[in-house]
Design a protein around this ligand. Structure first.
Ligand code: NDP
Ligand code: MG
Length: 358
């Protein structure tokens, strides 16, 4: 019998790539979950023939070409509960991805997890033995690590849309400017998070939960050819090179083992020079809290909630580019003493931070 998956966020950047890999490996798509891009969803339904579909809003239901359509966040949880698939691919964006991750893991299902916000917000309360990350850096780290004793892990950052801008000019940067990522084509939220370096902060927390270490750092590698490095106790360092394409991590997350060519190999001779640069807090103010949050990862819920509010404000021109960091750092200070004891506390803290940040 073919393997089957439920795909949450099918119309997004990760979702679309997941369907390409699923087709390549004859993985059955039991169900698709999308937001409001109904045209693309209808194409996916025609190609993959899911048994069930969930969309965000009731108002779009009549446009979906399927006999079994449900709507809203609770319908996603019911779908996971009633699904036959033992793997759920979670490619939803933001806090909305947390409840589905928890539902799936509580049912003992494996989660191929692109939604890193789940780990940032509630890593402490998620059964990590059921999580396989879909993130190029964490895939790179996993690929590099072996039984040798590791001394430190590194992930790389592209530096985002403004890495080469004058800092003064960044003060007036607009949402559309921040969406111009130099290397990757991704959804809007993660592209903004790359410009502020919040994405890399989240990835450090993600690595913390995945690999059980706070001994991890990040640096800029502008070409995004090296995704991760592993420093061993003996003094040697290995680096993971791969193309700028999420299909490789997705293939491993869905298949476990991959022996076919997913991407063309890196052409070392055409690559030119490689450069590693520090991440500077002047350009990326969020970096001021890096050490503190790595030692206090339960504060991820605060940063995530404030960050989601800040992005919305920036998009609606209610705050400047650096205004986003101001909102997040202010909330981080204000809520520095909170500590969730369970998932209900996480939900409460998330709500309180959003009210405050707004
Ligand atoms: P996109 O914005 O491209 O996709 C998000 C998906 O979620 C879309 O299918 C969207 O539907 C769907 N969605 C949004 N809101 C709802 C809702 N309320 N109900 C149901 N579906 C909803 O994001 P990405 O694919 O870029 O990112 C997804 C996750 O993966 C993020 O957590 C990101 O950080 C992570 N990630 C992404 C990478 C990338 O290369 N893109 C790399 C590593 C991690 P619709 O479009 O139909 O509205
Ligand atoms: Mg990444």
């Amino acid at each position: 019998m073919s393997k089957s998956i439920v795909l949450l966020g099918s119309t997004g950047s990760i979702g679309v790539n997941s369907l390409i890999i699923a087709k390549q490996y004859n993985i059955v798509i039991e169900a698709l979950v999308a937001g409001s891009n109904i045209d693309l969803l209808n194409q996916q339904i025609a190609t993959h023939a899911p048994k069930r579909v969930v969309i965000a809003n009731e108002r779009d239901k009549h446009r979906v070409n399927h006999h079994n359509v449900h709507c809203g966040a609770d319908a996603i949880l019911t779908l996971i509960e009633e699904s036959q698939s033992t793997t759920i691919v979670n490619a939803l964006v933001g806090y909305a991805g947390l409840a589905p991750t928890l539902k799936a893991t509580n049912l003992g299902k494996r989660v191929a997890l692109a939604n890193k916000e789940s780990l940032v917000v509630a890593g402490e309360f998620i059964d990590m033995s059921l999580i396989t990350p879909i993130d190029s850096e964490h895939f790179g780290l996993w690929y590099l690590m072996n039984d040798r004793p590791v001394s430190k892990l590194y992930i790389t950052a592209s530096g985002g849309a403004f890495r080469d801008w004058e800092i003064n000019k960044m003060k007036d940067a607009r949402f559309s400017d921040a969406l111009k990522h130099p290397n990757w084509s991704m959804g809007n939220k993660i592209t903004i998070d790359s410009a502020t370096m919040t994405n890399k902060l989240f990835e450090l927390l993600e690595a913390k939960w995945l690999f059980h270490t706070s001994n991890i750092d990040a640096m800029i590698e502008k070409k995004s050819i090296i995704h991760a490095l592993c420093e061993f106790k003996d003094g040697s360092t290995t680096a993971h090179f791969a193309g700028v394409d999420m299909k490789l991590p997705i293939a491993f997350a869905l298949q476990g083992e991959v022996t076919d060519e997913i991407l063309p190999p890196t052409d070392l001779l055409s690559m030119g020079g490689l450069e590693f640069l520090p991440i500077e807090a002047e350009r990326y103010p969020i970096w001021n809290i890096k050490e503190h949050i790595l030692n206090n990862p339960h504060l991820g819920v605060v940063v995530n909630a404030a960050n989601e509010v800040a992005i919305e404000k920036f998009q609606n021109e209610k705050c400047s580019f650096f205004g986003m960091s101001d909102i997040v750092l202010d909330a981080y200070e204000k809520f520095g003493d909170v500590k969730a004891s369970n998932i209900e506390d996480v939900v409460t803290i998330d709500k309180e931070v959003r009210v405050y940040a707004n």
